[in-house]
Design a protein around this ligand. Structure first.
Ligand code: GLV
Length: 325
């Protein structure tokens, strides 16, 4: 008998087809996702779950997942899954790294450029018919090239952003809980600095850390105060890494110049002040949203789930300790 797999929300059809070759698939073919109660109900009797970042797997819910062997999240981030609880229960958890690295770095850079060069303000200006004449400082923004880029988090995506920064002849500072190997620092032209130097010296600050207890509200009122008045903050990681209310206040007061935000503390809710400001560019959590990449992520999650169900190690297993349980 084929194992039963729950797919909690719409994914690319190729991935559903792949799953169906080897599993009995309970497919929630909808963008609404499941309520917590529906998730509990539909997970009953399943061996595998293909989940998305909007599904919350708390320790409590995981405790109810009797019989589940694998949660394959269609995302690189896995802060929606209590990994320790899953491990205790012998549930393998997998994510979808690598395939989205460059795509997400592209969006970080798009936000950086858009915020610096006031692209969205310019679009609104032209679109609303306000453009009457060329003037010397019309929508004058900030240069990106040859400026200092401060990168929080030198993982895969941080590195991909650094490569883009190098292409714009930027000076590259970074901070991470763990220093990168010297060879990588040399190859990318990176300078490791403490948090205070990064905040105080960077013209652009971009966040590429996972969300966990040590990165929650990494950027709060005190950190915003340490930034240069012309600093531009970009967040494509997770919303709760930034204190959104404090950021909105700082932008409104022009304590920093601008921000480019793809993620928010309480998605899809956005702090109302951010919606009123011109010096912020907002996108709806689309960091990895190219058609090619979202298809690859869907397929990779399906492969992770199927590997676990076949007794193999999923290619992107996050908790190898759970294999032996
Ligand atoms: C998206 O935010 C992801 O973690 O893949």
């Amino acid at each position: 008998m084929k194992p039963a797999v729950l797919v909690t929300k719409r994914i690319f059809p190729e991935a559903v087809e792949l799953l169906r070759q080897h599993a009995e698939v309970d497919y929630v073919d909808s963008d609404d996702g499941l309520t917590p109660e529906e998730l509990d109900r539909r997970a009953r009797g399943k061996r595998g779950i293909v989940s998305q970042l909007t599904d919350q797997f708390t320790a409590e819910r995981i405790g109810r997942l009797a019989g589940v062997r694998v949660i394959a999240n269609v995302a690189v981030g896995f802060d929606n899954v209590d990994l320790a609880a899953a491990t205790r229960q012998g549930i393998l958890v997998a994510n979808t790294p690598d395939v989205l690295t460059d795509t997400t770095a592209d969006l970080a850079f798009a936000l950086l450029l858009a915020a610096a060069r006031r692209v969205v303000e310019g679009h609104r200006f032209v679109h609303s018919g306000q453009w009457r004449r060329w003037t010397i400082d019309l929508l004058a923004g900030h240069d990106v090239h040859h400026k200092t880029l401060g990168i929080f988090g030198m993982g895969r995506i941080g590195q991909a952003v650094a490569r883009r920064g190098a292409g714009f002849s930027m000076r590259l500072l970074y901070h991470d809980a763990r220093r990168a190997p010297e060879a990588l620092e040399r190859e990318l032209g990176l300078e490791f600095v403490d948090q205070a130097r990064l905040l105080g010296e960077a013209d652009f600050i971009t966040l590429h850390v996972p969300l966990n207890d040590s990165t929650r509200k990494l950027i709060g009122p005190a950190e915003l105060r340490q930034m240069k008045p012309h600093a531009i903050l970009v967040n494509t990681s997770r919303g709760p890494v930034v204190d959104e209310a404090a950021l909105a206040q700082a932008l409104a007061a022009h304590a920093i110049a601008a921000a480019g935000l793809d993620v928010f503390e309480n998605e899809p809710h956005v702090h109302p002040l951010l919606l009123e400001l011109d010096n912020v560019v907002l996108t709806p959590h689309i960091g990895s949203a190219s058609v090619e990449t979202r298809r690859k992520m869907s397929l990779l999650a399906a492969e992770n789930a199927l590997a676990a169900l076949a007794g193999r190690r999923p290619p992107n297993l996050l908790n190898p300790e759970a294999m032996s349980k």
